[in-house]
Design a protein around this ligand. Structure first.
Ligand code: AVI
Length: 334
């Protein structure tokens, strides 16, 4: 006989909490040890990331905003009249505002999509008074998984995806391909995609951006251990781990790690984890692309390069892609 099990509905938060535990334990028992970078962003982590974006060494945010401002008119030309603008992982919508300043009157709707429903609802409430004619229709979803757009976006003559911040660089290349494929399935035929991507450059500039003099990136990295201690009953002593970040030239990526300063045992969710002196937890990869290497990745899943712009030092890029249909002339840099 099969016993009947009364199933209680699992809340989104409960599901996320157990996924956190599973991912952390799996990663800490693996060789080499690792924890997914998405877990950086609890309240304190998100505030520390905001501070990173203002650091003198961390150029990406400033460069991206300068490109968006300088080339706003050209970028806006990639947004057809009546289109719906879908921002993937929108967070604060700060960069979308630059596009909306020019394009809002021509848009059917703006759809910010983020896993954190509370944050995008709040952002939407702040955007509406500034763009009273624009339909702002937030969607709470994981941008790496299939999700349905609101009817206004499905019925629009075209959909334009916006994925700023070089967040694509925090995906492994196969995950970046999967994201681009998922975006194509969601935005469908005739869509445009506008992506902000950090570019390959000298190791000195990259190393400085992830090893700031004020130690904010170190705090951001170590905050992951604070989160594990708080949410998973961890016993990490933060003064026994050190922030390491370096550019891996072969793989075109910044790697962030937390290195154990001594041999030690740490408890997490009842499990014991052994560390050797110098052993690290790999916490983040931040891949850097060239215009060509991102184009190759995008082409592989059906997106055709349509435009690219950089800042004057060629540190960062905004690149646009079209899903199918007639190709207009490539604009901006080659
Ligand atoms: C969010 N992401 C694009 C940042 C980056 O540069 O990879 C996260 C970050 N990690 C350390 N500093 C900033």
């Amino acid at each position: 006989m099969v016993a009947a099990v009364a199933r209680r509905p699992v809340s989104h938060q409960q599901a996320e909490a157990s996924e956190f535990e599973t991912d952390v334990l799996e990663g800490l028992h693996a060789i080499p040890k690792h924890v997914p970078a998405k877990y950086f962003y609890d309240g304190a982590g998100s505030r520390l990331f905001e501070r990173i974006t203002e650091l003198p060494e961390y150029y990406p945010t400033r460069c991206e905003i300068s490109i968006l401002r300088e080339h706003a008119a050209d970028i806006a030309k990639m947004i057809p009249s009546g289109a719906a603008l879908v921002e993937f992982g929108s967070g604060s919508s700060k960069k979308a505002r630059i596009l909306l300043d020019g394009a809002a009157p021509r848009l059917a709707a703006y759809i910010p999509v983020d896993i954190c429903g509370e944050m995008i609802e709040q952002e939407a409430a702040e955007l509406r008074p500034d763009f009273p004619q624009l339909k702002v229709l937030p969607v709470t979803a994981d941008i790496c998984k299939p999700f349905e757009l609101p009817k206004e976006a499905r019925d629009a003559p075209a959909r334009v995806g916006f994925f700023p911040g070089s967040t694509i660089g925090n995906f492994e290349p196969h995950e970046a391909s999967a994201f681009l494929r998922n975006a194509a399935n969601i935005l469908r035929h005739g869509a445009t995609l506008i992506i902000g991507v950090d570019l390959i450059k000298s190791a000195d500039i990259l190393n400085a951006a992830y090893n700031d003099a004020d130690g904010i990136t170190a705090q951001f990295n170590l905050n992951l251990l604070t989160r594990i201690n708080r949410e998973l009953g961890g016993t990490f002593r933060l003064d026994t781990f050190e922030h390491h970040a370096f550019y891996n030239r072969e793989r075109h990526r910044i790697e962030m790690h937390l290195a154990s300063l001594k041999r030690q045992k740490v408890k997490v969710a009842g499990d014991t984890i052994d560390f050797r002196t110098g052993e690290t937890i790999h916490t983040e990869n931040s891949y850097k692309y060239s215009i060509e290497s991102l184009a190759a990745l995008a082409r592989g899943v059906g997106w055709l390069p349509a435009g690219a712009w950089t800042d004057s030092r060629k540190y960062f890029s905004i690149q646009t892609f079209l899903l199918a249909g007639d190709l207009p002339e490539f604009v901006g840099l080659r």
